[in-house]
Design a protein around this ligand. Structure first.
Ligand code: FES
Ligand code: FES
Length: 149
């Protein structure tokens, strides 16, 4: 598989979850595990550009695919800056997953309606309940990207 632009070859057990592999084997601890049941979204990564819950994937299922974690988002994305500027990060545990879900949305739909942002982030739970500001940060960033185009 390719992870954050780097080719990765490794052996993993048949029951190894992708989230654990990314964290424990590759050291990509920006991939958070909350529920490990597909409920919280904190483990979200991009698989071939689309957001997936990495806790629900087995590592071998990612073979041959391109994975991007929050570590691979890169400063050029500017999405993190929008979150910081608007104070959309509280404890931060949910933030990597939300960033990846938002990035997946913006790749598919660069100028989303608010309802689309809400829908895209519906699978990401923030226990600090900062949802409004998170939606605003994604919308602000989408608008800034549009202007820069
Ligand atoms: S840890 Fe994957 S959805 Fe919660
Ligand atoms: S910022 Fe704390 S869980 Fe979201």
């Amino acid at each position: 598989m390719e992870v954050n632009g780097q080719a990765v070859e490794a052996e993993a057990s048949a029951v190894s979850r992708l989230s654990r592999f990314l964290r424990d084997v590759l050291g990509l601890t920006g991939v958070k595990e909350g529920c490990c049941e597909g409920e919280c979204g904190s483990c979200t990564v991009l698989l071939d550009g689309k957001p997936v819950n990495s806790c629900l994937m087995l590592t071998f299922q990612a073979a041959g695919h391109k994975i991007i974690t929050v570590e691979g988002l890169g400063e050029s994305s500017g999405l993190q800056d929008a979150f910081l500027q608007l104070g959309a990060v509280q404890c931060g545990y949910c933030t990597p997953g939300i960033l990846m879900a938002a990035e997946g949305l913006l790749r598919a739909s660069p100028n989303p309606l608010e309802v689309e942002i809400r829908h895209a982030l519906a699978g990401n739970v923030c226990r600090c309940t900062g949802f409004e500001i998170i939606i605003q940060a994604v919308a602000a960033h989408a608008a800034a990207r549009e202007v820069a185009r």
